[in-house]
Ligand binder design. Structure first.
Ligand code: SAM
Length: 277
């Protein structure tokens, strides 16, 4: 599936009208899309550059772009709440998700984070996603296939409890990401499959969850002192003298927790001060 270049047949395109309403179409030669402003011929878009304006049969104007991944994850059908893009960005950077990495993820949920991870590890990496609920797995598979334009070769998606993951069933992994209700239940699994130096991140919505994971990581003794934070992103309206922060924001989504796997048999020096990287 093309991410860039002139539009080709099969591309999913977002049309935006003058009232900023969005419509999605998949370009098919010979087909038309009908709006209250008349007919838009797919053939008028195929071959055009992204960012072009197409005119409908009665003069309506529509701006044409491919969907960005951020648009897709926010608009796709969901079984479970998705990791919000601002947090996905933190996970990709702080989790050091690199091309070629093997990442273990649970749960797959709606497949939003799986999509970000699949892109980041690239064709030489691998994402192993566990999901315990069949209905959520179905959403994840359908969404990821839609986004990636088919079944990604670098995705190993499994129905089951991530607790079942072992060195024998998943091998050694470079990174682990948990987005599930009770991540403290599977810390031994993370310990067993994560390579020394590997990064473990988990995403939890509430303070009791945050405390339980932090305590669990400390108790196991095979990780660095964990760090915890949240990210707040506030948009701004920039219009002359009215320039100011937007009134509304998604203030709380979840907390992020981060730790690195120590080498086997090593005890981390006791922290004297606040945890640092
Ligand atoms: C909030 S959703 C994950 C959303 C996903 N990260 C996304 O961005 O689309 C949490 C998911 O974890 C799954 N889950 C909970 N416990 C699990 C476990 N032990 N193993 C695998 N999946 C689990 C739930 O069924 C649920 O679908």
């Amino acid at each position: 599936m093309a991410y860039t270049g002139p539009f080709t047949a099969g591309d999913r395109v977002q049309l935006t009208d003058a009232k900023r309403r969005h419509f999605s179409i998949t370009l098919t030669p010979g087909e038309s899309f009908f709006t209250h402003k008349g007919e838009i011929r797919h053939d008028d878009i195929i071959g055009a550059d992204e960012g072009t304006v197409v005119e409908s049969s009665v003069g309506g104007e529509y701006l044409c772009f491919r969907h960005l991944l951020v648009d897709q994850v926010l608009s796709m059908p969901r079984g479970a709440a998705v990791i919000y893009p601002k947090d996905a960005a933190q996970i990709l950077v702080e989790g050091d998700i690199f091309p070629g990495a093997t990442v273990l993820e649970a749960g797959a949920g709606s497949g939003a984070m799986s999509s970000w991870l699949l892109r980041a590890v690239g064709e030489h990496g691998k994402v192993i996603s566990y999901e315990v609920r069949q209905d959520h797995l179905d959403y994840a598979v359908s969404n990821v296939h839609n986004i990636m334009g088919g079944e990604p070769k670098n995705w190993d998606v499994r129905l089951g409890d991530v607790k079942e993951a072992t060195r024998e069933t998943v091998g050694e992994v470079d990174r682990v990401l948990l987005d599930m209700l009770e991540p403290w239940e599977v810390l031994e699994t993370v310990r067993d499959v994560l390579v020394p130096g590997g990064v473990f991140m988990t995403y939890v919505a509430t303070v009791p969850q945050l405390m339980k994971v932090m305590e669990g990581i400390r108790e196991l003794g095979c990780f660095t002192e964990p760090r915890a934070w949240e990210s707040l992103v506030r948009e701004w309206k920039v219009e002359g003298l009215a320039t100011r922060p937007e009134h509304r924001m998604n203030a709380h989504t979840a907390f992020l927790i981060w730790a690195r796997r120590l080498a086997d048999g090593v005890t981390a020096p006791r922290p004297q001060r606040r945890a640092r990287r």
